[in-house]
Write a protein that binds this ligand. Structure first.
Ligand code: HEM
Ligand SMILES: [Ca+2]
Length: 392
């Protein structure tokens, strides 16, 4: 009873000025309707390395092997889990709030417009059910999200370096390669929220049409500097962008009836060949015009929607550096991506990462650790859900 409504906000982004928060959406008003402050909660416990060592010693191993086995059969596993952790941690911290279904007429984050094309909920459920078999009620969905994203990053890099190794040995070059990319250590012991923050997600997740000052302000409101922001966007090395997010750049940029003039002309042709004009009327950007569509319906239909692979040249190797090299050649797919080269203060980092993979790897790993530790909700706050989409 009193458990429901527990919420700690160690990190409260709207306390700091954020141009992305609509004035009408005052957080305190929103919370006061649904959140009760617990009377006697004790001190929150810090995270620990291998938090589950006694309660569920095989937890991290189960997550790793499940992500790996899913990755072998589904190529979208890594991008789905990586994006999911960003969308969870950015909104009220890493508390699995993004996974909750709507209940009793309260909208869920999942259904908020910026989350309409999120994927990977089914993957989290599969991992969770294996953990529930091994240790019922012990491992939080929030920890599954951060650990699952970390395993995805490692896998992407392993497979990329292996394919590079394969190519080199095919060419008769026997160079030694260290497989595996930026692995980052993560502490555990996060707990799951009992609340979903639909309005916060709607107004505070960055929009693909944001310009550089908006991107910088948005990430700064979560404690990220420009260097960290540029490195995090390197996540856009993998996955798919649906056409709806870039149609305006291709056909009618800022109402001009012309494409975005900063796009490389050949690249523009390539993107147009994947996203033709007829899609314009079919799919207005949900991020520009929030719709009342059911989130799950548009999620399943978005898998059939046309899109552009982020590694569009089949570039294979190079999580990070090839994304940044693309930006230097005016071949950013999203408007936000290309905005990273709009000013010297961020372009300098784009250049640095374009030419130095290991610098990028280190910075990305550090920024992912920081992202994974936003807004901690630890015992005795929150709860451990049994099913990740429902409050326990
Ligand atoms: C300014 C900040 C950002 C904006 C506006 C943004 C926006 C977007 C958009 C519009 C898509 C395409 C979604 C679709 O077509 O379904 C996307 C995909 C993706 N984003 Fe971001 N993003 C941002 C930052 C990040 C960060 C920080 C991460 C992770 C650390 C991330 C990870 C991903 C991944 C992995 C995908 C591919 C998803 C997939 O293929 O399923 N993004 N992003
Ligand atoms: Ca969250």
């Amino acid at each position: 009873e009193t458990k429901k409504g527990f919420r700690t906000i160690t990190h409260s982004p709207s306390d700091s000025p954020s141009i992305l928060v609509a004035p009408s959406m005052s957080r305190s008003i929103f919370f006061s309707k649904i959140a009760k402050k617990p009377e006697d909660i004790g001190n929150p416990r810090p995270l620990e390395y291998d938090f589950y060592r006694k309660s569920c010693p095989q937890a991290e191993k189960i997550i790793r092997s499940k992500v790996r086995s899913l990755y072998e059969v589904r190529s979208d596993v890594a991008p789905a889990l990586l994006r999911l952790v960003f969308h969870d941690c950015f909104i009220e911290g890493c508390d699995a709030s993004v996974l909750l279904d709507a209940v009793d007429g309260i909208d869920s984050e999942k259904e908020s417009p910026p989350n309409e094309t999120l994927k990977g909920f089914d993957l989290i459920d599969m991992i969770k059910s294996q953990l529930e078999e091994a240790c019922p009620g012990v491992v939080s969905c929030a920890d599954i999200l951060v650990l699952g994203a970390r395993e995805s990053v490692v896998l992407v890099n392993i497979s990329l370096s292996l394919s590079l190794c394969g190519l080199l040995s095919y060419l008769g070059l026997n160079l030694e390669f260290q497989a595996g990319g930026p692995f980052y250590p993560l502490q555990t012991g996060r707990r799951d929220s009992t609340l979903s923050f639909s309005e916060v997600a709607t107004y505070e997740l960055p929009n693909p049409q944001n310009d550089l000052p908006q991107i910088v302000a948005s990430f700064a409101s979560r404690g990220f500097n420009e260097r960290e922001t540029v490195s995090l966007l390197g996540a856009h090395s993998i996955g798919t962008i649906h056409c709806r997010f870039i149609l305006n750049r291709l056909y009618n940029f800022g109402g001009t009836d012309e494409p975005d003039p900063t796009l490389d002309p050949q690249f523009l042709d390539l993107l147009r060949s994947k996203c033709n004009d007829s899609h314009t009327s079919l799919s207005p950007s949900p991020l520009l015009s929030p719709s009342s569509d059911d989130g799950s319906a548009s999620r399943s239909s978005s898998s059939q929607e046309p899109g552009v692979e982020m590694d569009y040249q089949g570039r294979g190797s190079g999580f990070g550096s090839l994304y940044y090299r693309g930006l230097l050649e005016s071949k950013g797919i999203l408007y936000v991506d290309q905005q990273l080269t709009a000013e010297e203060k961020t372009e300098a980092w784009v250049r640095a990462y374009a030419s130095d993979d290991s610098l990028f790897g280190r910075d990305f790993a550090r920024a992912m650790m920081k992202l994974s530790n936003l807004g901690l909700l630890t015992g005795p706050m929150g709860q451990v859900r049994i099913s990740c989409s429902k409050v326990a």
